[in-house]
Design a protein around this ligand. Structure first.
Ligand code: CAA
Length: 378
């Protein structure tokens, strides 16, 4: 637990080398252009990072969740916008097909996502079903051998670029989560369209949009898991997804910390480097301690999932703590940089914006606390 195996060190180092040489140099430019990094996506796929824990028979790298977390932190250290695209592909689109899909579904949908040939997304959120995910209003109606979906999903990461979408429809809105079904849909099916593209505060190079389903006819072969069993698919998927967001947050926090330490040693005030002032030392100490704690929580959650432990508690604790740590570290890094930190010329300004999403998506901090308390009080 406290040291990495040779295999884990190798995957981390491979991701680190690629992230620092190929991703980091263009991060500032991508933040300005908002352009989805398809070329980097393809390179990450070639490295096996779009199906890290998918078995080789389905086109993946056949590694474990821990490997995925180590690699994702490194990618997010360089550019959290690229990182979220990778995390959605692995955790939110790939994992539910791996865990709940039939062999045929895995061959048809998981394999092309794991190899990076197709881009995946996960569409759960709706205008009136965000934190209250059980309030799904997208209608799923059985019609012969098909289901017909009607509704709108929003805030869908990878939405504008996705070829394959894991989504949810409700057969009985009154029954709330008990009517929810999970489906695998294809972007080129009739009745599927990309709606409003979102302009966001940060993670600019990741793409986000609404998805609109109008009479979208989905063959029953594309039902994922059991009919009306979709809410469990959604929640179990988010458990794993939250470990990914914890890793993303960790990458942002570590980068903010490294930049702050470097700057504190160089910048002088009152005749000495600001690192020699106790006010700055306390910030560095708090950042370092919180990052260490966040990493331990995140690694433990990944390790538990690799052992087959499917509970939510550790996933939510890791996500809550690491995301708040990313915001704390980015805030303190800007503070240490002073006025320069507020300038777009300095990377900490972007980190401050990128960190903000981590306490929001895949469940707000308030939702994580709710999940943790529910488990603690059980
Ligand atoms: N795994 C499996 N089943 C689970 C589960 C889990 N982790 N959590 C709950 N369930 C089951 C329960 O056992 C229960 O089953 P029964 O009907 O058999 O009793 C059922 O689901 C309902 O559980 P709850 O009563 O706890 O459900 P709830 O309505 O109170 O909601 C919630 C729980 C935790 C608040 C949930 O709605 C939630 O997680 N909300 C946040 C949604 C979220 O994170 N959205 C993120 C969108 S994706 C995204 O952000 C992606 C991106 O852009 C990168």
């Amino acid at each position: 637990m406290f040291d990495l195996s040779e295999d884990h060190r190798a995957i981390r180092d491979m991701a680190r080398d690629f992230a620092r040489s190929e991703i980091m140099p263009g991060a500032g430019e991508r933040d300005k252009s908002h352009i989805f990094p398809k070329e980097i996506f393809d390179q990450l796929a070639e490295l096996g990072l779009m199906g890290v824990f998918v078995p080789e028979e389905y086109g993946g790298s056949g590694l474990d969740i821990f490997s995925y977390v180590l690699a994702l932190e490194e990618i997010c250290y360089a550019d959290a916008g690229v990182g979220v695209t990778m995390s959605v592909q692995n955790s939110l689109a790939g994992w539910p097909v791996l865990a709940f899909g039939t062999h045929e579904q895995k061959l048809k949908y998981l394999a092309p996502m794991a190899t990076g040939e197709k881009i995946g997304c996960y569409a759960l959120t709706e205008p009136e079903a965000g934190s209250d995910a059980g309030a799904q209003r997208t209608k799923a109606t059985r019609d012969g051998d098909d289901y017909v979906l009607d509704g709108t999903k929003m805030w869908i990461t990878n939405g504008p670029n996705a070829d394959i979408c894991v989504t949810y429809g409700n057969m009985d809105v009154e029954a709330r989560h008990r009517g929810v079904c999970a489906f695998i849909v294809e972007a080129d099916m009739d009745g599927y369209s990309v709606g409003k593209i979102e302009e966001k505060m940060g993670i600019h190079c990741s793409s986000t949009s609404e998805l609109v389903f109008e009479g979208l006819r989905v063959p029953s072969d594309n039902l994922l898991g059991e009919e009306r069993g979709g809410f469990k698919v959604a929640m179990a998927t988010l458990d794993g997804g939250r470990i990914g967001i914890a890793a993303q947050a960790l990458g942002i926090a570590q980068r903010a910390y490294d930049l702050a330490v470097q700057y504190a040693k160089e910048r002088k005030t009152f005749g000495k480097p600001i690192a020699n002032h106790q006010a700055i030392q306390w910030k560095i100490a708090d950042m370092r301690t919180r990052i260490e704690a966040a990493r331990l929580l995140t690694h433990k959650a990944a390790w538990l999932k690799d052992q087959g432990h499917l509970g939510s508690l550790e996933c939510s604790m890791a996500k809550l703590y690491a995301s708040e740590c990313a915001n704390f570290c980015a805030y303190e890094a800007v503070q240490i940089f002073g006025g320069y930190g507020y300038s777009q010329e300095y990377e900490v300004e972007r980190l401050y914006r990128d960190a903000r999403i981590t306490t929001l998506y895949e469940g707000t901090s308030e939702i994580q606390r709710l999940v943790i308390a529910k488990n603690a009080l059980r």
